[in-house]
Design a protein around this ligand. Sequence first.
Ligand code: GTP
Ligand code: SPV
Ligand code: MN
Length: 608
Amino acid sequence: MSIAEVTRTDSPVPEGAHPSVVEWVDQIAALTLPDDVVWCDGSMAEWDGLANRMVESGTLTRLNPEHRPYSFLARSDPHDVARVESRTFICSEKQEDAGPTNNWHDPREMRATLRPLFEGSMRGRTMYVVPFSMGPLGSPLSKLGVQVTDSPYVAASMGVMTRMGAAALALIGDTTTWVRAVHSVGAPLSPGEQDVPWPSSDTKYITHFPETREIWSFGSAYGGNAILAKKAFALRIASVMARDEGWLAEHMLIIKVTNPRGRVFHVAAAFPSACGKTNLAMLQSTIPGWKVETVGDDIAWLGRGDDGRLRAINPEAGFFGVAPGTGWQSNPTAMETIWGNTIFTNVALRDDGDVWWEGMSDKAPAHLVDWQGNDWTPASGRPAAHPNSRFTVAARQCPSISDDWEDPQGVVIDAIIFGGRRATNVPLVVEARDWEHGVYLGATISSERTAAAEGTLGELRRDPFAMMPFVGYNMADHWAHWLSVGADLRKTGTVPRIFQVNWFRKGADGRFLWPGFGENSRVLEWMLERVDGQVAAKDSPIGLLPHDGALNVEGLDITDDDLAELFAVDAESWRAEADATEQFFATFEGRVPAAVTKQLDLLRAKLG
Ligand code: GTP
Ligand code: SPV
Ligand code: MN
């Protein structure tokens, strides 16, 4: 036993904790040398304790309870504000298993790189042991994990975003596969050294070892870099588990939709980061008789149920939602959800002790403290909230949460949507001719970059299945896996319809052609009337489009010209898209499935 271990003031190991967990926690503690180890039980008292501790240390500011009860503001280090894709690594045994779209590193070399970084990295800090379940506790579709972290902010966030604590730990038994996730902010403290409100390191590594189902994250405390249950586990590691076990882990929201005739549908939709998932998940219909309820807003695990249908669960228990653009006009459901019990990160602070961000109201308050802690007025000429500022809140607080959102068997998926942020070319809605064409639509999503990760805002980039930063294996194999899931469904059950949408097409004058948000219910209506066999569609080179007049625009202030532009298919631009797609496919060196390249040939033939 090392000196550090002897002097540690650990909380007792919970009774019944599986030896595999206890042993691993001991190993990590011996490596990282925290001052103490705390096993999180997931209780309210524990959460309050974490919050109080962070208020004392300056990590959190308590908001005015009259406006925002039990809520807090965190200001991150200005260098730690979003996912760092360039520092995110897939360390599979073979490079080709990571594929050309991932940063690959040899696992042995990466372990050798990480070891000295983690040695003593938790000195002066508490190591929290955070057991969690992704998916409802005990559901056959759920998976378990344990994250250790030296960030109380991350431990508290995990408590909101997952089913965290004693109940999850108790489910880990002799035969359980559980994911090991190690997280350190990489900022050890010397004895007596004063801590900073947001410890982090300029050296960042977000690493995944798919074969051993392990995650090691160093240097960041922000979002997907640090809340390892989310992107690291529920997408990168889970996508590998899913490939091996015959299901899908996707960057998708899930909604329940009821039509005026009372028929219930469930829809899963993949949009890249900051491209509208949370908003669609919480949509309030503007057309009579249609109702949308929320099952999930960011991640879906989908697989063939015993009934032969595609079923899905939301593995998360909370939302880590984009703040800017969220307001009473655009997303009233989110505004209601965050009434209290919410952690806000990198938003602005009002003089009355509440929060504000761009888009929360039309008019900005006359004075704010911005996300970096500086005075701000509307004349400051810079955003008051960081563009990737976020709210962290429990899903159960969402007034539109669906009654089946925790169904342990998952909900039956009737339709799948792929979308992106495209100023040009991509119409408001297109239906795939069949599953294979749908896989092609998913594989060819391109989208303008947002603030959710580092990079140049607005730059067009490929983001297949909205999974470019999140697939834990070769992207081309991911497409092959989708094809095999479709073939499997076709054998025994119903294959969901696939659609592509684009809320973000712009006119020549640079304005959005489509009002979006609640009005997207009109597009849902068309899609689900298609699923219900109520409307016809017309073929086009890129897929099936609504007949003229089929999209319900009653009561909407939109010109015929704008509507025409929203659906325009310009053959020349699409030939250029096809050429770019061919080049993109070539980067996979022959690994793109034939059924996908066949769709490219078909597109070109139809374009003439
Ligand atoms: P991640 O959490 O990063 O995965 O993002 P997300 O896909 O959940 O994106 P979200 O719904 O938070 O939307 C991101 C931004 O897009 C916000 O600023 C929204 O206001 C804006 N947005 C969402 N839906 C629409 C829409 O229909 N039209 C327009 N113009 N903007 C939208
Ligand atoms: C995304 O970037 O897609 C997110 C936010 O959902 S984060 O959890 O930081 O990845
Ligand atoms: Mn996301």
